[in-house]
Design a protein around this ligand. Structure first.
Ligand SMILES: [Mg+2]
Length: 264
């Protein structure tokens, strides 16, 4: 029996699906088209599960969520509408112990979510207080602002890597995390759908805008690069690379609609 082909869309949120006001109105036509075609949409973000749940509900998604840069997987439970959460790799507490230990020992200048109240985070990120509280409910990663030189940053990266901790550049912040990344989250989502529909041949479309999306884009069949208005764009290598015509949500919508027109 011939297997049928289906597209699995895996997307970053900030600067990709969401615009700088955390809004996705301009993606509504493409989201509606995905729903009509019965194609899953998997959110794969540096955000926490608490931050992603409302968006997933607004979008009416039944798909797993990949949160905190692949450090957390949230699997939807049947009917109840809640998720089972799994932490992958190091937990945030272990990461903070090492990073803060190096800061007091070496005098590095950086500030992260663990140093801020919900009020301070709201001021730095443009999130509301409630959104900030959800964003502070982190289990596997630590976003932060580096306030020291590039050479000291590279020294810090070396010291962290000995402890199995990596530093990746996100849209607004740097992120400390264990060995997992968004590509692992994406691979998990693919496996989830392969088990759910074993006769389907899935083709993964991944969309992202930042360095922490590169591994996820390179693991996809079709990589969609969402441009930045300042021209600092990533260059992933994938079988097919598409450059969206506009930044953020508007580019996401245009790229998905054009790929769906090509495939369906
Ligand atoms: Mg992004």
């Amino acid at each position: 029996m011939a297997s049928k082909k289906k597209l699995l869309v895996v997307t970053d949120l900030d600067g990709t699906f969401l615009d700088h006001s955390y809004n996705w109105d301009e993606a509504k036509p493409a989201v509606a088209r995905l729903r009509e075609l019965g194609l899953p949409l998997v959110l794969n973000s540096s955000k926490t599960v608490a931050e992603m749940e409302d968006l997933a509900m607004e979008l009416g998604l039944q798909s797993p969520l990949v949160a905190e840069n692949g450090g957390l997987l949230a699997i939807p439970n049947d009917r109840t509408g809640d998720y089972s959460v799994q932490v992958k790799g190091l937990c945030r507490k272990e990461i903070l112990e090492v990073a803060h230990g190096l800061r007091s020992q070496m005098g590095y200048k950086f500030e992260g979510f663990a140093d801020w109240s919900d009020q301070e985070l709201a001021e730095r990120s443009g999130l509301s207080i409630i959104q900030s509280q959800r964003s502070l409910a982190r289990l596997a990663t630590e976003p932060f602002l580096w306030k020291d030189s590039e050479s000291l940053r590279l020294e810090f990266v070396d010291q962290l890597s000995i402890q199995g901790i990596r530093m990746l550049r996100g849209g607004r912040f740097w992120h400390l995390m264990g060995a997992f990344d968004k590509a692992d989250g994406s691979a998990f989502a693919l496996k989830y759908y392969q088990e759910l529909e074993p006769d389907t041949e899935w083709q993964v479309i991944a969309l992202g805008d930042s360095a922490n999306d590169t591994a996820m884009l390179e693991a996809a069949d079709i990589a969609v690069v969402i441009p930045h208005s300042d021209g600092a764009n990533i260059s992933p290598k994938a079988p097919i690379v598409v450059h969206a015509p506009f930044p953020a949500t508007k580019g996401w919508n245009a790229a998905i609609l054009s790929l769906l027109n090509e495939y369906y």
